[in-house]
Design a protein around this ligand. Structure first.
Ligand code: GLN
Length: 483
């Protein structure tokens, strides 16, 4: 069994035909993890016993001839900021080093209803802040394609685990690109659904108006399968939306009916010319297939990064206020002293267990929200955010989807951007506008550059997730034909 190529569909077939048991699938993945994760560090914790037990249950049902769901018995990995009851959830932060989740996130509850099997929790940038996993308090994840390079971030552990064949699929979270960028860097598919499509209950909040959970998978079909399992309204997340979804599986999109926009502002200085060439090659392939390609303009995207780096830290500073050394996780001072001086407990607990990037963003956010600066920064950024969204609304009156690169570069080397936070933030130049607008986007691997993966980003209109996935599937097929 070639684990690297084992998709959900293939694994499901193996189980149904009884060519492999779920326990065997779980064992094979753990063997691989034990062999290679010492070097890659995709996982922060493993759950071998729990996974084997869950797999046995599925095998029992198969043995009795009972029908099983598509995801049943199939090994998955979960980003460490998503809660699985009874399992550690550290968000790669020292402050939550020994934190055990007291309940299941809604996405986990839904996956459990399908009898998914969880192998463990994946590494990430601390509290999902970063683009390389170098901000993990427990050491970075390596890119399985080249161990000297970053896997991207913040869901770098999830993307690396899928690429390395450590799991069949994984969940990540995306606030400004954290599913799509690592998927692009590792050569797998990463899908950020529309804001509100998937419940965020049980996801540790980074920037609540931007966060969304989504799948990282080996192909578009698998991403769609996971999306179908986790989406839906949830009373525990008031931003989740109740709606009728189209069926991904019913019929493929007729590409001749599809109009795709190419925003001129996204093919600019700073974009690696080889990446540009490969994205344009994919666009031409779509055109040859009959898709209509038009140039569009998203003028306010130029301000997306600046807007994101105001709104996101503001929300981060509010969300991370709860980690105070009392309610959760690490506390710096013993009980007696706590009673004497609360402020000291806060300061010491936070000061000694948040990493540099978390501290930087908390301070930035606190400054942005402080009296006197709020209007100049936060209110203004909210206004620009609306203009960015209006750009997309206008574009989607004309086109069905928009194509851009996922990132301006391929996976970079460790340390390359750590000394200069701004250069790290630039890695998100193509992804953050999507979160600001709340719309769905997917990264699909296209032709490589110097043996390193390149992600093509396909963006859709609000709640057009299924149409977007169907168009992504066409890009995937064309890419395979053209290799
Ligand atoms: N890399 C971006 C950041 O550092 C995105 C993070 C994310 O999507 N969680 O904020």
């Amino acid at each position: 069994m070639n684990l690297k190529e084992l998709t959900i569909k293939k694994a499901h077939e193996l189980l149904k035909k009884r060519e492999a048991s779920s326990v065997e699938l779980v064992e094979a993945h753990f063997d691989e993890i034990k062999k290679r994760d010492g070097d890659i560090c995709a996982f922060l914790s493993l759950a071998e016993k729990e996974a084997t037990e869950a797999a046995k249950k599925v095998d029992g049902r198969i043995a009795k001839g009972e029908p099983i769901e598509l995801l049943a018995g199939i090994p998955a990995a979960i980003k460490d900021n998503i809660l699985i009851r009874g399992a550690k959830a550290t968000a790669a932060s020292k402050i939550l080093e020994n934190y055990i989740a007291p309940y299941d996130a809604t996405v986990i509850k839904k996956l459990k209803e399908e009898e998914a099997v969880f192998l463990g929790k994946t590494n990430m940038d601390e509290f999902a802040m970063g683009s390389s996993t170098e901000n993990s308090a427990f050491g970075p994840t390596k890119n399985p394609i080249d161990l000297e390079r970053v896997p991207g971030g913040s869901s770098g552990g999830s993307a690396a685990a899928v690429k390395a064949g450590f799991c069949v699929y994984a969940l990540g979270s995306d606030t400004g690109g954290s599913i799509r960028q690592p998927a692009g860097f590792c050569g797998v598919v990463g899908f950020k659904p529309t804001y509100g499509a998937v419940s965020r209950h049980g996801l540790m909040a980074m920037a609540s108006s931007l966060d969304q959970i989504g799948p990282i998978a080996k192909n578009v079909d698998d991403a769609a399968a996971v999306f179908e399992a986790i989406r839906g309204a949830d009373a525990l997340d008031s931003t989740s939306v109740d709606m009728e979804w189209q069926d991904y599986w019913n019929e493929p999109v007729d590409i001749e009916e599809i109009k795709i926009g190419v925003p001129r502002e996204y093919f600019i200085h700073g974009l690696n010319p080889e990446i540009e060439k490969n994205i344009k090659f994919a666009i031409r392939a779509l055109e040859k297939e009959g898709a209509k390609i038009v140039e569009i303009s998203l003028p306010y995207s130029e301000w997306a990064l600046a807007t994101y780096y105001i709104i996101m830290p503001a929300e981060v500073s509010a969300n991370l206020a709860r980690f105070d050394g009392i309610k959760y996780g690490h506390s710096a001072i013993d009980k007696e002293e706590k009673l004497q001086n609360l402020l000291k407990v806060y300061n010491k607990s936070r000061g000694e267990s948040f990493g540099a990037e978390a501290r930087r963003r908390i301070m930035l956010g606190t400054y942005i929200l402080s009296a006197g600066y709020y209007d100049a920064y936060y209110s203004r950024a909210q206004k620009v955010r609306r203009l960015i969204k209006q750009d997309f609304d206008r574009a989607f009156k004309e086109v069905d989807a928009i194509i851009t690169p996922t990132s301006p570069t391929t996976a970079f080397k460790f340390g390359e951007k750590m000394q200069d936070p701004l250069s790290m933030y630039l890695a998100d130049i193509y992804t953050v506008s999507i979160n600001l607008a709340g719309i769905p986007a997917i990264s699909i691997p296209v032709k490589e550059v110097n043996n390193l993966p390149v992600g093509l980003q396909l963006i859709g209109n609000n709640f057009d997730d299924i149409k977007l996935l169907k168009i992504a599937k066409v890009v995937e097929i064309l890419n395979k034909q053209n290799l």
